[in-house]
Design a protein. Structure first.
Ligand SMILES: C[S@@+](CC[C@H](N)C(=O)[O-])C[C@H]1O[C@@H](n2cnc3c(N)ncnc32)[C@H](O)[C@@H]1O
Length: 298
């Protein structure tokens, strides 16, 4: 089975406006689809660093002397590039979220299609798993996860039902979780709601919102002026953070204006929001929620 079919391949790499001698980072290497396209456009002196926190991605490492794969979380991008003597870069690509491989391997626990143990860790080194969230979080924290990350209005009721169920026995796998939550899963909406519940747990397990914020702030620090950032996000919570950071250089609120009413922003937005066309979605259903934003450091 194919590891991952890259989304918006041309558009995302075009967004980097590759200089043949430049230094680039693909922080979500996965199956290497975007990285291969970057290498095609780099000259012999160009360099590419890939990050992926999933050990499984290491098997896809590219045999190319311009390329280095780092098996770490991209929340540490600055630290690990520094370790490789790189202090500034010409472009950074992030294709956020989960790879098809991670969804398709039942034991990873990302998919509601399989009856698997609750896991959803993108990195095998992560201590917290979906089991920990579902069985060990207190009620307030469970409510927060479902409300903030699943955007589920009935988060308090969902949290309560989980708490009651786990008093009898731990909730270990997909089927048990589905059974516990059955009253919230009416037949016509069951897949959608379950996907929201799974998304919420996954974001918490992998601390995706905090990681994205740390990554965006460090990207700004390490990009050279004129350097490019191409980010594909797959849900509105991610996209909101990316959009605000590119527009204002902050995640909440508005930047302060000077005496003349101007404010300085760190990025120039390049082009409009890009989404896959119908033809791409037809051949790759996982592209359907993708949103690509491109920015240039001022
Ligand atoms: C959507 S896939 C990227 C696919 C890739 N663009 C390709 O063409 O094959 C996302 C990948 O990023 C990795 N990933 C997600 N969050 C990460 C993080 N915080 N640090 C490092 N890797 C991460 C996942 O393990 C996954 O392999």
């Amino acid at each position: 089975m194919e590891y991952h079919n890259p989304v918006l391949l041309k558009e995302t790499v075009d967004g980097l406006d590759i200089k043949p001698d430049g230094v680039y980072v693909d922080v979500t290497f996965g199956g290497g689809g975007h990285s291969k396209e970057i290498l095609k456009r780099l000259g012999p002196n160009g360099r590419l660093f890939g990050f992926d926190q999933d050990e499984d991605a290491l098997a896809n490492a590219l045999d190319d002397e311009r390329f280095t794969l780092i098996n770490e979380n991209f929340r540490f991008i600055k630290r690990f590039l520094r370790f490789h003597n790189v202090k500034s870069v010409d472009g950074i690509l992030a294709d956020l979220g989960v790879s098809s491989h991670q969804f398709d391997v039942a034991e990873r626990g990302f998919s509601t299609r399989f009856d698997a143990e609750l896991d959803m860790r993108m990195s095998q080194k992560n201590d917290l798993s979906a089991y920990g969230v579902v069985n060990e979080y207190d009620e307030a924290n469970l409510r927060r996860v479902f409300y903030d990350y699943g955007e589920l209005k009935n988060a308090p009721a969902i949290a309560r039902v989980i708490l009651e169920a786990r008093e009898h026995e731990p909730i270990k796998n997909t089927e048990q979780l589905k059974a516990v939550l059955s009253r919230f899963l009416p037949a016509h909406k069951s897949n959608k709601i379950l996907a929201q519940i799974y998304q919420a747990i996954r974001i918490e397990v992998n601390q995706e919102m905090d990681v994205l914020k740390e990554f965006l702030e460090q990207s700004l620090e390490i990009l050279k002026p004129g350097g490019r950032l191409s980010v594909i996000s797959y849900h509105s919570l991610e996209d909101r953070l990316v959009k605000r950071y590119i527009k204002n250089g902050m995640f909440e609120g508005e930047p302060e204006r000077d005496f003349f009413g101007n404010f300085s922003v760190p990025f120039k937005t390049i082009g409009k929001l890009i989404v896959p066309d119908d033809a791409e979605i037809r051949i790759n259903n996982r592209a359907r929620s993708a949103k690509l934003r491109i920015a240039e450091k001022i």
